[in-house]
Design a protein around this ligand. Structure first.
Ligand code: NAD
Length: 423
């Protein structure tokens, strides 16, 4: 199987054929601007020292500061981080916000660390990132298995670093400076400068697209939905679908999935997950594997966990009419071809989950201007970006008879080419 970065570059080449992209621009976009690889030493609770590997890839900043999440996961490696950073470059261009693309992460399973160990690791990682990030340079955010608490710690490491720099120059950071510097990271808790709505933004963006597809009668009024992954993105999406009267028939987490053809009781699912740490065993549901969930006969399949879950090995068995990719990179290029042959439309990650980065951009803007918006304002502004972006991509896909992914990439690449100052 190709690696995530190889897949990303294949997607770039496919889209480049659709628009008139200069060869120099393609060449520039094939590699990241800068790669930071750090050794993160952590004193464990038992007194031993453990060394973790951390990354930050700054892929492209033609549109503005590098922007993208920090992922804590056992499979994190440079190839994966590069792919994710590339997709962030495309994503910010798809929604047309003034930010570029980056990504980072640490190779570990945070569930195996105590909260003290996780905090020490994050503060150390933050210290190592600090000289290379900043509100106008590179603005990280949460991703898989990282959250607002982790973002707060990175922010504190960064502000400490800047305070020390100021001290070395014989000056002090003003309160106003410190407030502005909070924009170094997004996805912070609201009390620490976060934006209202950020926790629901990724799912909300995908949900606006789902609603639009229903409105366009591409999907029936009460679609059946299967969601893989029940974290930040997947669980909020499940809630939004449930509240709209859509039938969420299957959900899953890393330990497996649960299914009920009549629709699951989502409140009970959340309580069950909270009390047992898993979804499996939910009353009134049948246990299914993550693989079975993907192959269910539903109107809409929503991968909201990891990349490369729909591949050439299972694409032929996918029965959903639409896929909404809340996860990053869930469909491989080989699978894309099979899905297209079977008339299954996949709303690509770079569009479907761009609500997260869009509200991250709003958070950054609110920090820089020291002016905070209501949740209603945040979601109105989000909808005003997501729906037109979707409509333009849908139209391009129809006009040129290309996949939604190629249309999204083409739109993004056109914007990037216009911003490119090198050629
Ligand atoms: P999260 O850590 O909150 O949740 C991840 C979920 O995936 C958990 O429920 C976990 O149990 C499940 N999972 C892990 N391994 C699995 C496996 N092998 N099979 C099935 N499920 C598995 O992460 P998240 O923030 O919800 O991110 C999920 C996806 O959405 C990722 O691909 C991420 O890059 C993407 N995404 C998230 C955001 C955001 O704002 N959170 C933004 C854009 C994209």
């Amino acid at each position: 199987m190709s690696t995530p970065f190889e897949n990303a570059i294949k997607q770039l080449s496919t889209a480049a054929e659709v628009i008139d992209l200069k060869p120099e621009v393609i060449e520039l976009l094939k590699t990241p601007d800068r790669i930071l690889r750090v050794k993160v030493p952590v004193k464990m609770d038992d007194g031993t020292l453990k060394i973790f590997e951390g990354y930050r890839v700054q892929y492209n900043n033609w549109a503005g500061p590098y922007k993208g999440g920090l992922r804590y996961f056992p499979t994190v490696d440079l190839d994966e981080v590069k792919a994710l950073a590339f997709w962030m470059t495309i994503k910010t261009a798809v929604v047309g916000i003034p930010m570029g693309g980056g990504k980072g992460g640490v190779t570990l399973n945070p569930k195996e660390l105590s909260s003290g160990e996780l905090e020490r690791l994050t503060r150390e990682f933050g210290k190592l990132l600090a000289p290379n990030i900043g509100p106008k340079i590179d603005v990280p955010a949460p991703d898989v298995y990282t959250n607002s608490e982790i973002m707060n710690w990175v922010k504190e490491s960064f502000i400490d670093y800047r305070k020390n720099l100021a001290k070395e120059c014989g000056c002090e950071l003003s309160e106003q400076n410190q407030k502005m510097l909070q924009g170094v990271i997004t996805g912070k808790s609201v009390e620490q400068g976060g934006s209202l709505g950020r926790d629901r933004a990724t799912a909300m963006g995908g949900f606006y697209i789902l609603q639009k597809l229903v409105e366009m009668k591409e999907i029936n009024e009460k679609p059946s939905i299967a969601i893989q992954g029940f974290g930040n993105a997947g669980s909020v999406m499940a809630d939004l679908c449930g509240a709209e009267g859509y039938k969420v028939v299957a959900i899953s987490d890393s330990k497996g999935g649960v299914y009920n053809s009549e629709g699951l009781d989502l409140e009970k699912a959340k309580e069950h997950k909270k009390s047992t740490g898993q979804l499996v065993g939910l009353e009134g549901s049948k246990e299914i594997s993550n693989e079975e969930l993907l192959e269910l006969s539903v109107d809409v399949l929503i991968p909201a966990a990891l990349e490369n879950v729909i591949t050439k090995d299972n694409a032929e068995n996918i029965k959903a009419r639409f896929i909404i990719e809340l996860a990053n990179g869930p469909v491989t290029p080989e699978a894309d071809e099979i899905l297209a042959k079977n008339a299954i439309k996949s709303v690509p990650d770079v569009l479907a989950n761009s609500g997260g980065v869009t509200v991250s951009y709003f958070e950054w803007q609110q920090n820089l201007e020291d002016n905070y918006w209501t949740e209603e304002e945040v979601f109105n502004k989000l909808k005003a970006i997501m729906v037109p972006a979707f409509e333009q991509i849908w139209q391009l896909h129809k006009d040129k008879n290309i996949s939604l992914r190629t249309a999204a990439f083409a739109k993004a690449l056109e914007r990037l080419q216009n911003l490119c100052y090198t050629v």
